[in-house]
Ligand binder design. Structure first.
Ligand code: NAI
Length: 333
């Protein structure tokens, strides 16, 4: 069966790592027609919008997208295209597996956990306004509907993937109403999954525990902003941002992208590590019903790491993005 998938090259290192991933996915033999669409600054120049209707319509039609990172200006300029896209498509669950790869020097080479981040609300929605000059209000909206939905998704995921434990991280000791509601929803849903241990941690302690003894965690469930920050922390535990994949899942569509951003400091040099988005590609292949190709591609990536010859500079090697992809392609059976 031929799949049609929306392809968003993104900004900065996006086009480089996306091209490497497309080559690798195609090497599995899965037939895909890519529908290339642009967002962000590139789209603004072409169509006058950072989030053109054609981009959203394409993902709605194809139900799946592989997406490079997009730059969001700090402090001023346009609002985040990533946030806009997740909202427009109601991609409520951000699934971020944190799994160490063989031979990568890192703090926790055995680590294997999954971050489940609510993707549509909390402070991260960026609902801000100036009350009077010098005073800004930023709104943290937490709803029972969204909190229950991410909790349900997390426990279903844990059950499906044979995970043993789900931990909610929150600040309900201070934000008693908002984080309190999030936590209540988590425990209400947990009742339906007696085989999965449910517990919680206040997020500051949770971060310390993650750095000291991360193996105690299995699935971690968080609201949007905490999930964003803790994802990068966890990527650091397994060797860096070049290694952490992700998926944004909704009822009707899903987009697959790395945890990291557009890395403007190394863009255009051909040295970015494509592993994170390649592993997002593996998640995408599973999602579209190609588990065999997903397994072969994942196996090939792991073999290249086990061999340890092709490595990008972030991991102390000299391979270019494209050379790394070629090494993976050679390993695909
Ligand atoms: P970043 O994740 O782009 O980079 C942080 C550091 O990690 C940089 O030193 C970068 O060189 C390195 N890095 C990231 N990915 C790498 C890779 N694949 N290989 C090797 N090194 C890598 O974070 P930063 O600099 O805070 O954000 C840059 C832009 O990306 C911002 O405009 C931000 O809004 C955007 N961003 C977009 C995301 C998305 O589209 N989903 C997610 C996170 C940030």
């Amino acid at each position: 069966m031929k799949h049609t998938i929306t392809l968003v090259p993104g900004d900065g290192i996006g086009p480089e790592i996306v091209a490497a991933t497309v080559r690798t996915i195609e090497a599995t033999g899965v037939e895909i027609e890519w529908e290339t669409q642009f967002g962000g600054a590139q789209a603004l120049e072409k169509s006058g919008s950072t989030l053109p209707d054609e981009l959203i319509e394409s993902i709605k039609r194809n139900k799946v997208a592989l997406k490079g990172p997009m730059t969001t200006p700090v402090g001023k300029g346009f609002t985040s295209v990533n946030v806009g896209m997740r909202k427009a498509l109601d991609l409520f669950a951000n699934v971020r597996p944190i799994k160490a790869l063989p031979n990568v020097e890192c703090r926790y080479p055995e680590l294997d956990l999954v971050i489940m981040r609510e993707n549509t609300e909390s402070l991260y929605a960026g609902l801000e306004h100036v009350v009077v000059p010098g005073v800004v209000e930023s709104l943290k909206i937490i709803t029972e509907k969204a909190s229950t939905r991410i909790a349900r998704h997390s426990f279903e995921f844990a059950r499906r993937e044979g995970r043993k434990k789900a931990t909610a991280m929150h600040k309900a000791n201070i934000m008693k109403l908002s984080d309190g509601l999030f936590l209540d929803c988590f425990y209400n849903v947990a009742k339906d999954y007696p085989e999965i241990d449910a517990d919680d941690k206040i997020i500051d302690n949770g971060c310390m525990q993650l750095v000291m003894r991360p193996s105690q965690f299995d699935v971690i469930v968080m609201e949007n902003l905490y999930g964003d920050i803790v994802s990068d922390l966890c990527a650091g535990l397994i060797g860096g941002l070049g290694l952490a994949p992700g998926a944004n899942i909704g009822e009707d569509a899903a987009t697959f992208e790395a945890v990291h951003g557009s890395a403007p400091d190394i863009a255009g040099q051909g040295i970015a590590n494509p592993t994170a988005i390649m592993l997002s590609g593996v998640m995408m292949l599973k999602h579209i019903g190609e588990p065999d190709a997903a397994k072969r591609m994942e196996q090939a990536i792991f073999e290249v790491f086990e061999e340890g010859e092709a490595r990008t500079p972030d991991l102390g090697g000299t391979a270019s993005t494209s050379e790394f992809a070629t090494a993976v392609i050679r390993k695909i059976n």
